[in-house]
Every structure is written in structure tokens, then in C-alpha cells.
Design a protein around this ligand. Structure first.
Ligand SMILES: Cc1cc2nc3c(=O)[nH]c(=O)nc-3n(C[C@H](O)[C@H](O)[C@H](O)COP(=O)(O)OP(=O)(O)OC[C@H]3O[C@@H](n4cnc5c(N)ncnc54)[C@H](O)[C@@H]3O)c2cc1C
Length: 287
């Protein structure tokens, strides 16, 4: 760590989040402290002092604070998964991280989303569960956006300067969903090259039709829709609502993808082929 800054302010209330010139938000610090200081950054504002409740259920929604650590997310979801089967998706998504015990207890859900890394598994998790991101704006307001739309490219999000990711809200449909996940890396413990998650309306396959988890815009409510989310092999999360069992529709949707991610963890052609294979597996499992 080479942290040459002037100081760290601990935020205690929302007003403390008004960033001064040169300041940047700090959550767990596992990424910030692992990189050289960005030129121009002279101070950090620590979000953890706000003491947000990491996990709460109200009005049927689950709210996960941006400052919830990966370990807390994993442990709370394990306890709640019997009541909320959609939360079974947390375990494979947390496993997709390459985190030590120490980092897992420090890194936060919000930090992972705000980094916008293509292989960031929190986008794969919350987008599949049709979650909404609550964002505090610098003027004291709040805006919301589907998690699937928060990340716009490698290291890029829709967060404007001074905006703070406050929480992720999982709707009842996401909590009740049946889910599946597939991950592939070039090596046994390598970074994800492809991560495909999926969610389908709760209940056994073939049960009464229902809307997709949380509702898919434009979906015919008489057709069960599987929400497939592709990450790691594409620059930003890709959400594909596909009618259950319709593998042709999935192929058609994947044929339209033109920007497969290219980095040392996998070539675009290989990622495209493996994404297709894993997506069909997820669709099969959830149909
Ligand atoms: C050993 C190690 C292994 C890792 N493995 C993985 C991995 O497998 N997959 C992966 O995706 N990442 C990995 N990371 C990267 C990173 O640590 C994680 O993505 C982690 O979740 C980041 O969370 P954090 O709380 O530590 O973020 P921080 O380092 O505190 O912040 C990261 C960025 O997000 C911003 N930020 C944080 N919270 C908010 C918020 N609420 N609102 C607005 N902006 C915010 C910060 O300003 C900063 O720009 C790894 C890091 C280490 C050190």
C-alpha cells in the first residue's frame, strides 16, 4: 500500500458525504488500498461510520446496505435461504470471488458494484434477482436504477460525481425465485471468464405460470420468463429475458451480442462459446 493522502474523514451523517475537492469515498478499502493513489486524490471519506444496517426486510423487500460486507451477505443469505429461495444464488456468486477470509470480511457489496469490474459477481447476483440500486445524490435527493443498468462498461457506472450507492433492494419476486448459476475460468482458481446467473418465477417448473421475478417489462404474463444475466464475458452486465424452455430465443439473443470481453482471462471467441453453453444450461435448469 502506498497511501499518500492528507487524511480520512469518517462520515457520521449524510451531510458528511458532501465531498470536498480531492476527496473520494472509502468503503472496505480492499480495492482502494491495493492500488496506487489516483492522481488528484488527497483524502478519503469513510462510509462505514454511517453505521447502516447491513440487512433488513421491510414491506416484503430485502434491503442490503452498500456497506454490507461480502461475508455478512453470505452468512445472512445462508440463514434466510429456506424462507427466501432466491437467496440461494448468493452462495455461488460469493464463491465467484477470489477472496481471502480477511478480504471477505472487509470488502463490501457496494464497493464491488461501484468498481464496475466485468467479473464483479455482485452485479450478476443482484441483476438476476431484479434488484434496484438506491443512490443518494449530492443535492440531498435519491434516485433508483435497476442494478442491471448501473454498470455501463469496465470500471464505468452511471454514478455521477458525489453520488453514493446507499442500498440494493431485492423485490419479493426475486426473493421467491428459483435460481441457477454457472461459472467458468481458464484455471481452477482463476478469475471468472464467464459467469451466468438466472432466475425464474418461484415454484416448481411446470407450476402455474407467473410473471418473471419482479416482473420483466413487456413480458407476456402467461409465459414463464427466465431472466438470464451474463457477466465476466461481456464488458457490462447483459440481461436476457427468455421464455422458459425456448432455447432458440436464447440463441437469437446471444447472436446479437457483438462485444465479448477480451483480457488475459479468456479470448472473446472462447468466452462467446462458453457463454452460450452455460446460458443454455441455466435455461434448461430453470425451465
Ligand atoms: C485480494 C483481493 C482479491 C479480490 N478479488 C476480487 C474478485 O475476485 N472479484 C472482484 O470483483 N473484485 C475483487 N477484488 C476487488 C475489490 O476488493 C472487491 O471488488 C470489493 O468488493 C471492493 O469493495 P470495497 O468495499 O473494499 O471497495 P473500496 O476499495 O472501498 O472502494 C472501491 C471503489 O468503489 C467506490 N465506492 C465504494 N463504496 C461506494 C458507495 N457505497 N458509493 C459510491 N462509491 C463507492 C470507492 O470510492 C472506490 O472507487 C479483490 C481485491 C483484493 C484485494
Amino acid at each position: 500500500m502506498d497511501l499518500d493522502i492528507d487524511g480520512v474523514r469518517i462520515a457520521r451523517e449524510r451531510a458528511d458525504l458532501a465531498l470536498r475537492p480531492g476527496e473520494r469515498l472509502l468503503a472496505g478499502g480492499t480495492f482502494l488500498y491495493s492500488e496506487p493513489v489516483t492522481p488528484g486524490v488527497t483524502g478519503l471519506v469513510d462510509l462505514l461510520g454511517l453505521g447502516w444496517d447491513p440487512w433488513s426486510v421491510s414491506g416484503g423487500d430485502l434491503e442490503v446496505a452498500a456497506t454490507c460486507t461480502i461475508a455478512t451477505l453470505r452468512d445472512r443469505a445462508a440463514s434466510a435461504a429456506e424462507q427466501h429461495p432466491g437467496l440461494r444464488l448468493v452462495a455461488p456468486c460469493v464463491s465467484a470471488f477470489l477472496l481471502s477470509f480477511k478480504v471477505a470480511h472487509t470488502a463490501t457489496v457496494g464497493g464491488n458494484l461501484c468498481l464496475g469490474l466485468p467479473a464483479g459477481p455482485m452485479a450478476a447476483l443482484f441483476a438476476a434477482l431484479n434488484a434496484t440500486a438506491e443512490i443518494w445524490t449530492p443535492d440531498g435527493g435519491t434516485r433508483t436504477t435497476p442494478v442491471a443498468d448501473l454498470i455501463t462498461g469496465p470500471g464505468r457506472t452511471t454514478l455521477a460525481g458525489g453520488e453514493v450507492l446507499r442500498a440494493l433492494r431485492v423485490p419479493p419476486g426475486g426473493l421467491a425465485a428459483r435460481t441457477a448459476a454457472r461459472k467458468l475460468s481458464l484455471t481452477a482458481f482463476g478469475r471468472s471468464a464467464v459467469l451466468v446467473t438466472g432466475a425464474a418465477p418461484g415454484g416448481a417448473p411446470g407450476a402455474a405460470p407467473g410473471a418473471a421475478p419482479g416482473g420483466v417489462d413487456g413480458a407476456d404474463p402467461a409465459v414463464r420468463t427466465v431472466r438470464i444475466v451474463v457477466t465476466a464475458s461481456v464488458p457490462r452486465p447483459l440481461t436476457l429475458p427468455v421464455p422458459a424452455g425456448d432455447h432458440d430465443a436464447l440463441d437469437t439473443a446471444l447472436d446479437r451480442v457483438g462485444d465479448w470481453y477480451d483480457d488475459p482471462h479468456g479470448s472473446p471467441d472462447w468466452r462467446a462459446a462458453m457463454t452460450r453453453r452455460l446460458s443454455h444450461e441455466v435455461l434448461e435448469e430453470l425451465s
